[in-house]
Write a protein that binds this ligand. Structure first.
Ligand SMILES: C[S@@+](CC[C@H](N)C(=O)[O-])C[C@H]1O[C@@H](n2cnc3c(N)ncnc32)[C@H](O)[C@@H]1O
Length: 315
């Protein structure tokens, strides 16, 4: 008997092993990017008992379009498409796919998973902060390309946001036809770099002048500025994604900067902040007092540093 057709195509997303516990953030990221194509995350799924995956349904008609965006995902490394496996009496159709892998049994029917996207691990690795080159102004005023620049190790200048987290932040504020994004604590440009891949006008600010050549060379319209006083007109920026310093001495300034970000954001614009877990509560309260609507609040376990990813929308 033919297995019943699934109403929409079901895609199985494989979580990045280093972010395997940030499943909610990964699902939200995927839904946000695939939103134009009516993506949903239906409850229950063929692999629900297994860790490391989630699933998204979308109309068959849109699968090809959606695939073009999968490489933007930060917390997903591969995506499979689930299709009914041909029924029959042969041993293979009952228990295995053509490639020898066992077929998936779901609601009494057999399905096969076909890989439709897989991250190139080596390319991903090559893009990591410790492999990139960044144009830096050194102590004597000279400008030179520094390989693997990750800040000077000072409490306010650790600059090595992993590519997957930079992507997540950009995706959480992403909107169809969005034209501009700002990182007001831009550091070594991890977020700037990912935002530029979306063909946006990317603005960056950082209080540290040594970064200006590197950020400008990457393609950002950069300014040296304190995030509490930014040289942008009110309601001029569509989205903000940022990772401020984690050190406690910077927390007050970071909380104060939220009012400035609210000022420059267009209505319905979003702000995504990756912060130290200990700073999250102060930021939640700051957002509330500014009448920003908090739409996401994720805990992200990173090796050695647990963080919170907070996202607000301006009403
Ligand atoms: C954690 S780093 C950002 C790292 C960045 N996400 C990356 O991928 O490289 C924080 C940055 O905030 C900057 N900073 C600290 N206080 C600031 C302030 N009040 N206004 C603007 N930038 C500030 C620091 O110079 C530093 O570059």
């Amino acid at each position: 008997m033919k297995p019943p057709s699934i109403p929409s195509t079901l895609l199985i997303f494989h979580l990045r092993p280093a972010r395997i516990r940030a499943r909610d953030a990964a699902v939200t990221e995927a839904l946000r990017l695939l939103r134009p194509w009516q993506a949903t995350a239906p409850p229950g799924g063929p692999l629900s008992e297994k860790g490391g995956v989630f699933w998204i349904a979308l109309p068959e008609l849109y699968v090809e379009k959606a695939v073009s965006r999968l490489a933007w995902l930060g917390y997903t490394t591969a995506v499979d498409r689930l299709e009914p496996a041909a029924a029959g009496r042969s041993r293979r159709s009952k228990g295995a796919q053509a490639d020898g892998k066992p077929a998936l049994k779901w609601k009494g029917n057999l399905y096969r998973a076909t890989r439709i996207y897989e991250e190139d691990a080596e390319t991903f690795r090559e893009n990591a902060p410790d492999r990139r080159s960044f144009l830096l102004e050194t102590g004597n005023g000279q400008v030179r390309a520094v390989q693997g620049y990750r800040g000077d190790g000072g409490p306010f200048s650790r600059r090595a946001l992993p590519v997957c987290d930079a992507r997540l932040l950009v995706n959480l504020v992403h909107r169809q036809n969005m034209a501009s994004l700002l990182d007001p604590f831009a550091g070594g440009g991890g977020i700037v770099r990912e935002a530029l891949l979306h063909s946006l006008a990317v603005f960056s600010a950082d209080i540290d002048p040594v970064l200006r050549h590197g950020l400008s060379q990457m393609g950002a319209a950069h300014c040296i500025a304190d995030a509490r006083r930014l040289p942008f007109a009110s309601e001029s920026i569509e989205a903000v994604a940022t990772e401020p310093p984690y050190h406690q001495d910077a927390w007050q300034a970071v909380e104060e900067s939220l009012a400035e970000l609210r000022r420059i954001l267009k209505p319905e614009g979003r702000v995504a902040v990756l912060c130290a877990l200990g700073q999250a509560e102060g930021l939640r309260q700051a957002g509330q007092s500014l009448n920003l609507t908090r739409i996401h609040d994720f805990t992200i376990e990173r090796k050695g540093t647990d963080c919170a990813a907070l996202v607000w929308e301006k009403g």
